[in-house]
Design a protein around this ligand. Sequence first.
Ligand SMILES: Nc1ncnc2c1ncn2[C@@H]1O[C@H](COP(=O)(O)OP(=O)(O)OP(=O)(O)O)[C@@H](O)[C@H]1O
Length: 270
Amino acid sequence: MIIVKDLAKGFAVPKSGQLTQCKRLDPRLQEGFFNSVQSVSFRVRPGEVLGLLGPNGAGKTTVLRMLSGVLSPDRGSIEINGRHWHQHPERMRRQIGFLSASTSLYERFSVEENLIYFGQLYGLSRAQIANRIHTLSDQLELASFLQRKVVELSLGMKQRAGIARAVIHQPEVIVLDEPTTGLDIMSAQAVLDFILSQKQRNRPVIFSTHKLEEVSLLCDRIAVVMLGRCVFEGSLTEFAGSRDPGALRQAFVACQQRISRSVGRTRGAA
Ligand SMILES: Nc1ncnc2c1ncn2[C@@H]1O[C@H](COP(=O)(O)OP(=O)(O)OP(=O)(O)O)[C@@H](O)[C@H]1O
């Protein structure tokens, strides 16, 4: 079980001469500081797929980067299977497989060389690495470009290789940031099948996406983040009355309008 409680993260930003005007557009902005994530909480059970939804700039990537240990939270806690992130950072890092937007591959290495390198970093033996490459190559359809340098690959190939890199060590938790963005139908399908296969292995998967068809297809539950706050956590039916992508779209738009209105009202009162 993953328990994320009240996460918050801010960044220092250059001071703006037009703070009032900028704050009107995004209330997270203070003088010289931007509260990217203000309060995000959710739970993910074993074998559950949680979709992290929200408009551009809502704070999804920042949340995923905190979950994977790339960023440390300013406040809040992350607990995985009864252990707190900050108490066992090294162990937690090994338990999480994180695909970021950059895929984190070495461009001058071939896909296979990357996988061997990252496998070695995680302390896997040669035989274990060869085994994992074989399995992942099947699951993510890497065989045709395993020997090619990453710099030569298409976006979809890089993305699939990036996922293989993220899970080479068989992490217990999989965290994917917009894993199908920019992929063609077959590449996206390979990624979706991979997520489903993790679910069948009872591994929790958390992924951010803007694609409601994917949410409908894959997610058991969703957490909706707007302006750095979790405004909904629950099942798709609780959110939209059904799993239908059209119903999800309507519920999402209504939710965003409600939040925008309430921010407007708060500002009016201030
Ligand atoms: N290092 C940083 N310094 C300053 N601001 C940052 C930093 N990282 C993120 N932000 C800001 O935090 C907010 C949330 O960014 P984040 O990337 O988490 O959003 P997102 O929900 O993933 O958006 P998208 O759907 O567009 O990928 C944005 O306004 C972004 O500009």
